[in-house]
Design a protein around this ligand. Sequence first.
Ligand code: G3P
Ligand code: CA
Length: 247
Amino acid sequence: MNNRVYAHRGMSALAPENTLAAIKLCKKYNIDWFECDIDVIADGTVILTHDSTLDRCTNRSGGYYDLTQADLAGIDAGAWFSEDFQGEPLPTLSQVVQWMNSYQLNANIEIKSCEAGKAMALKLLDGLQQALTALEPEREVIISSFNHLFLAELKKRCPQLAVACLYESYDCLDDALTVLEWVGAEYIHLSQQGLTRETVARFNDAGYKVAVYTVNSPMQANELFNWGVFGVFSDIPHLLAAQYRKV
Ligand code: G3P
Ligand code: CA
């Protein structure tokens, strides 16, 4: 279906981003697809996190690459957002996969750049593959990343996985069609800032689905869909979905 609206980092305007609470709310608001960010900790457990430190979204500070799963129990990933979410755990990808199965949700999982070097990056890909083995066949996932090398390696390992190349800026799109083909991607995910109808058409004409981040205006979402955009990532997907369903 076109006009897909992804709950960006879960329902991140209503609950702390990248937590089970934010993902759980998707069900309440009839949003079938959410986006989340992943990285890896020392024992190979894949966790949900947007940042490369714990500072912004937890009660702890510093990096997480030396943590193990046992350490996660002491981390509060909800209190920074509001006291209603105090005690919200920092989730593992395996826990998220269980939620996807139980609540019939689909996910765009974004691999963050794993700043801890090659060995940890390989652990991240191993952990991702391992976590996805528990996903029920009815569920859908798209794996995205700004790091196209990670995607190429993943696609080599699991050709059946749908992948999306993320781009941050329009300065580096010249060779994007070559990169998409090399990776074996089905999707390209672009920033809303500076996007033109012509750019959308260029990728659509070459057979790629385009999704755009981060769109928090129903009017702009409608315009993008009219340009041929396949999906948008939004912090307020419930408000966008209400609007586009009328069109
Ligand atoms: O996947 C789209 C979007 O989430 C990429 O940007 O910084 O929110 O992870 P960011
Ligand atoms: Ca993201």
